[in-house]
Ligand binder design. Structure first.
Ligand SMILES: *[C@@H]1O[C@H](CO)[C@@H](O)[C@H](O)[C@H]1NC(C)=O
Ligand SMILES: *[C@@H]1O[C@H](CO)[C@@H](O)[C@H](O)[C@H]1NC(C)=O
Ligand SMILES: *[C@@H]1O[C@H](CO)[C@@H](O)[C@H](O)[C@H]1NC(C)=O
Ligand SMILES: *[C@@H]1O[C@H](CO)[C@@H](O)[C@H](O)[C@H]1NC(C)=O
Ligand SMILES: *[C@@H]1O[C@H](CO)[C@@H](O)[C@H](O)[C@H]1NC(C)=O
Length: 788
């Protein structure tokens, strides 16, 4: 009896034991579904252990297979095949496969990776309505990503990496409000990115690398949760993407980004991984990126970053990978990157750094590369102005005789005046006062919008036109003496106020001989080209006639520039304002660019301009403008042409007229004198003073920093970086070389000044970054303007 009871007890126990796993056993329909999946996938190795008796909910999970059940239903299914699995055979039907999957209605997480799945993504995906995470990487799915995916309202993660999807990144993705991870790496998606990406508020990871995407990256600044942005290997650009400030990983490698790095980046305290290599970034590299508090990986290699590094630049402790190679960096490698720790990789080859084991170009390489960019712009300018000039020149061909006469005639007037005045060159000199035109500050603040036109200077000026005599009489109150600004070597200069309220400067040239209007065509043609950002530009002209149709007076109308001369802004003469060191260099760069334009931006070039610091005017934005240039055609040009034996301007081959040897170097010398004054802050008026001060500067270059600062204008003495000061001093002295051939080219001067400005700015920003609150924007955009 007791034995029987004991057996009963065992039986009950057995039933209980058997029934315990039953509570977590898969519904039989789901077991059948899994068996069908195995068949549809052509019995892959990863599922080889499955049979009808497998306890699916208790399979030991491993790296290739995970099943998770909840209340008798599968909620998670991960099947990871062998890397590089071949496509499933021809009888595979992805449609049937997804129809089968839909019989697992509780499925929340589905990974089907490297299983050889092929075909277009079926629309049936939309019925997996519980799905939160879908990873179908490394298969052979093709066609567009079907809109049915947008029915998966719970979807948080969509990963379709390494498939063959084509078409565009869908814009209906914004209909997935919970989407946090979107990864479509390594497909064949093309076209621009939809702006709706910017609405995916919950997005944390956006990975679109290795596609054929092009165009600008939409504004992602509203994605405040975005931590990872990987756009590597597309054709995106040229603007740097706008991002939220929480980004930790930013990969823009190998695209077509071209702008500079926005300065906000230096305030991304969470940024850990920054890879912007293999783009066409230009402009200054900000060393403050090395010191970001979270940064551990920084790759800027294979770009055109310029600028200077200093030994004392600081780095973040955690930095373990830095690649600066193949840029145009100068200066010395920061000490914090020099340590030979095994855990740290530092690459900096193919720059122009002074020290370092890795292969470096000579300093001149980086300079020449930077010049090549300049040269490109330069030749574009030439082309543009040549195209414009070519037609009028050939039209003027018939007027050769007339023009020649005109030149002789102008030469005669000028000679006569010169005899009277004994000294003075035939150049137009303007007098500084109030002005109406200038560059809108917006343009200055956003240098990338400064176009070719702007470089040519036309953008901010009214079109060149003919003025009527009545208009000029009205503007000057019939040439009242109170409007007379000065009387130069060859005529008077008046200030006028036009009907629209703008101020102009009007030069009046009297003609002595009888000449009809046609004789001035060429002169006017050339005059009308004298329009550039860094010139006091030509606005128009006006003829006054005698009783017969011959011209009695020629009026030339110029823009009117307000803020005083460069000298008055340096020696504190003008409203007590004195330019900072950077502003001085920027002004000198402006002067040099104006000269560059006069030499090469117009045809024929205008040389020997007798620059003087008092003829450099500053407008309200402190843009330097040359107010005195050798107004063509002048007697010297004329003689040059004759000496060169070139028939001018009729000859077809002739594009740029020959000029006297080293005429360009005369202007370079004058730039040197201006630099001397910018450095020392002392007015320099006589040739003997030039020699004296030049010698002092020369000596101080080879002496020490104290000596250099000693002769520097006290106003900027303490705020200029020695490196920058020394660069300006050196280029100044070489401009002042006795032999014209030893003087640098205009481009050389420009490059050195830009270098000096960059060095100064980099240092200034560096010294400010300790005080994080004031990461400065306006100055760096001003610099970009300089670099353009
Ligand atoms: C596909 O063909 C193979 C034989 O080549 C066969 O074993 C398999 O069952 C077929 N699969 C389907 C889903 O029909
Ligand atoms: C993972 O587990 C499955 C079944 O449990 C087995 O067939 C497969 O070989 C295992 N894979 C690895 C890599 O251990
Ligand atoms: C997708 O799944 C595979 C296999 O588990 C994994 O290696 C990969 O990291 C997953 N993708 C993402 C973006 O998480
Ligand atoms: C960012 O969000 C603000 C407020 O919701 C909205 O006004 C603005 O248009 C958004 N910007 C973009 C680029 O979507
Ligand atoms: C860095 O070094 C330069 C000279 O190389 C020096 O002028 C500057 O003051 C230093 N900056 C800091 C922050 O120490």
């Amino acid at each position: 009896m007791a034995k029987v009871n004991y057996n009963w007890f065992l039986l009950i126990l057995l039933v209980v034991l058997v029934s315990i796993p039953c509570t977590n056993q898969l519904e039989s329909s789901q077991v059948l579904t899994l068996m069908r999946i195995k068949k549809l996938l052509n019995f892959p190795a990863v599922l080889s252990g499955w049979n009808r008796y497998t306890d699916f909910c208790n399979i030991e999970p491993n790296s290739s297979l995970i099943l998770v059940c909840y209340e008798g239903s599968i909620t998670q299914l991960h099947m990871i095949g062998q890397d590089g699995s071949p496509m499933l055979p021809k009888n595979f039907s992805i449609g049937s496969f997804f129809t089968t999957l839909a019989r697992l209605p509780s499925l929340k997480v589905l990974s089907l990776v490297s299983l050889g799945l092929w075909g277009p993504m079926p629309t049936g995906i939309g019925s997996l309505s519980s799905l939160e995470i879908l990873n179908m990487s490394s298969n052979f799915l093709y066609g567009t990503i079907p809109e049915e995916v947008s029915a998966l309202k719970n979807l948080q993660t969509l990963i379709l990496d390494h498939n063959l999807f084509s078409g565009q990144v869908p814009d209906w993705l914004s209909g997935l409000p919970l989407l946090a991870v979107l990864s479509l790496r390594g497909n064949s998606l093309g076209g621009p990115l939809p702006n709706s990406l910017g609405d995916l508020e919950n997005l944390r990871v956006l990975a679109l690398s290795g596609n054929n995407l092009y165009g600008e990256v939409p504004d992602l600044s509203n994605l405040t949760n975005l931590q990872v942005l990987d756009l590597q290997g597309n054709y995106l650009g040229p603007q740097f993407p706008r991002l939220g400030s929480k980004v930790a990983t930013l990969i823009l490698r190998n695209n077509k980004f071209r702008s500079g790095i926005p300065s906000e980046l230096s305030s991304y305290v969470q940024l850990q991984h920054l890879d912007i290599s293999l783009n066409r970034f230009m402009g200054p590299f900000s060393p403050s990126l090395l010191a970001l508090p979270s940064i551990n990986y920084l790759d800027i290699s294979e770009n055109g970053f310029s600028g200077m590094l200093f030994q004392n630049t600081s780095c973040n402790e955690g930095l373990r990978f830095v690649d600066l190679s193949s840029n145009l960096l100068t200066g010395s490698l920061p000490t914090c990157l020099v340590s030979y720790s095994q855990t740290k990789v530092v690459r900096y080859a193919n720059n122009c750094l002074t020290a370092g084991a890795q292969n470096q170009h000579p300093y001149s390489f980086c300079r020449n590369e930077a010049l090549a960019v300049l040269g490109l712009l330069h030749s574009q300018q030439k082309k543009a102005s040549m195209n414009k000039v070519a037609l009028p020149l050939s039209m003027a061909g018939g007027l050769v005789g007339g023009v020649a006469l005109l030149c002789v005639f102008i030469w005669l007037i000028l000679q006569r005046v010169n005899v009277k005045k004994a000294k003075g060159r035939p150049s137009v000199r303007l007098i500084a006062e109030n002005a109406s035109t200038g560059v809108p500050p917006k343009l200055l603040s956003d240098a990338r919008y400064i176009s070719q036109k702007m470089r040519l200077g036309a953008l901010c000026l009214p079109a060149y036109r003919t003025f009527s005599l009545e208009e000029l009489q009205e503007a000057t109150n019939n040439f009242e003496t109170s409007t007379l600004m000065g009387e130069g070597s060859h005529g008077q200069m008046y200030r006028g106020k036009l009907k629209d309220g703008s101020l102009v400067a009007i030069r009046c040239l009297k003609t002595k001989k009888r000449n009809c209007k046609q004789n001035f065509v060429h002169h006017i043609e050339l005059f009308s080209k004298l329009r550039h950002h860094h010139l006091v530009s030509a606005l128009g002209h006006c003829f006054e006639y005698r009783d017969d149709p011959s011209v009695s007076k020629l009026f030339l109308i110029f823009e009117y520039v307000r803020n005083g001369t460069l000298r008055s802004n340096i020696s504190g003469g003008f409203a007590g304002h004195t330019l900072s060191w950077t502003q001085r260099i920027v002004a000198a760069i402006g002067v040099t660019k104006g000269i560059q334009f006069l030499h090469a931006g117009i045809v024929p070039g205008v040389f020997a301009n007798k620059l003087k610091i008092t003829n450099i005017l500053l407008d309200q934005n402190l843009v330097a403008k040359i107010s005195s240039y050798n107004l063509p055609p002048l007697e010297e040009n004329m003689r040059t042409e004759v000496q060169a034996g070139v028939s001018w301007p009729g000859s077809k081959e002739l594009k740029i007229p020959a000029r006297t040897k080293h005429e360009d170097k005369m202007d370079v010398y004058d730039i040197g004198v201006i630099l001397l004054e910018i450095i020392t802050g002392r007015p320099i008026t006589y040739e003997s003073e030039v020699e004296l001060v030049k010698d002092q500067v020369s000596v101080s270059i080879s002496a020490d920093e104290t000596a250099r600062r000693g002769i520097t204008d006290p106003v900027v003495q303490s705020t200029c970086l020695d490196e920058s000061l020394k660069t300006v001093m050196e280029i100044c002295i070489s401009c002042l070389s006795k032999k014209p051939t030893e003087r640098p080219s205009v481009e050389d001067v420009l490059w050195n000044l830009q270098f000096a400005a960059q060095a100064q700015e980099a240092w200034r920003r560096d010294s400010q970054s300790s005080d994080r609150s004031s990461v400065s924007l306006p100055q760096s955009s001003q610099l970009q303007l300089v670099i353009q």
